[in-house]
Design a protein around this ligand. Structure first.
Ligand SMILES: CC(C)(COP(=O)(O)OP(=O)(O)OC[C@H]1O[C@@H](n2cnc3c(N)ncnc32)[C@H](O)[C@@H]1OP(=O)(O)O)[C@@H](O)C(=O)NCCC(=O)NCCS
Length: 186
């Protein structure tokens, strides 16, 4: 699974994929941007787009704007994230950042498992985006969690040099021994 940069002829397929995932317009930190105005990496299966990452490079900072996989848990998201990191490093970026939302606990897990650190919390920012920028943002998010706040995560691209990308969940030794607490009077 090798993500490839968007080509001019990919525009229609890219737009259809982003529309399907409600990601044509991205509202974060009080600004609305069109994701198709920015570079994208695509994962194809046969003739079909099955994953997309869009990003913005600004000096030594890279923002991951959107990241979506059509079928989850098949490595598409990891492949795209790894490819964006490589592009960002080649462009001289020292930091990759992403804004997600308070309900997206799967993404919070996904990014933290891959080296991202929690950097900022903007309470009520999604509520403000809904009123001011993007009325189609639902009020209820993943798992029925009220969708209200922005959470920004950062990956230090210097510290994470790209040599240790794997997170083998089932690899031997990748478990944590939790000490069993002693019962009082036990
Ligand atoms: C976040 C997202 C891009 C991840 O893409 P993905 O292709 O599913 O990611 P991967 O397959 O590479 O990894 C998925 C994780 O699920 C785990 N997984 C595998 N099979 C699983 C299963 N049956 N059930 C639950 N988790 C499973 C993988 O081990 C991996 O977990 P890890 O973090 O512990 O390694 C994808 O879930 C998505 O499109 N989400 C909706 C959009 C979104 O929230 N994007 C981020 C916005 S900022």
């Amino acid at each position: 699974m090798e993500p490839s940069p968007r080509r001019e002829q990919d525009r229609a397929a890219l737009e259809a994929f982003l529309l399907e995932h409600n990601a044509l317009r991205v509202a974060r930190h009080g600004e609305l941007v069109e994701s198709t105005d920015h570079p994208a990496l695509l994962v194809w299966s046969e003739e079909e787009v099955v994953g997309v990452a869009t990003y913005v490079i600004n000096g030594d900072d890279c923002e991951l704007l959107t990241l979506h996989a059509r079928s989850r848990f098949q490595g598409t998201g990891t492949a795209l994230l790894t490819a964006v990191q490589a592009v960002a490093r080649r462009a001289g970026c020292t930091r990759l950042r992403v804004v997600t939302t308070n309900d997206n606990v799967d993404a919070l897990r996904f990014y933290q498992r891959r080296g991202f650190r929690l950097a900022r919390l903007r309470p009520g920012a999604v509520d403000e985006n809904r009123v001011e920028l993007k009325p189609e943002i639902p009020t209820s998010g993943a798992y029925g969690i009220p969708l209200r706040d922005e959470v920004e995560l950062h990956l230090d691209l210097v510290e994470h040099d790209g040599l240790h990308q794997g997170v083998p969940v089932d690899a031997p030794g990748n478990t944590v021994d939790v000490p069993v607490s002693r019962r009082p009077n036990g």
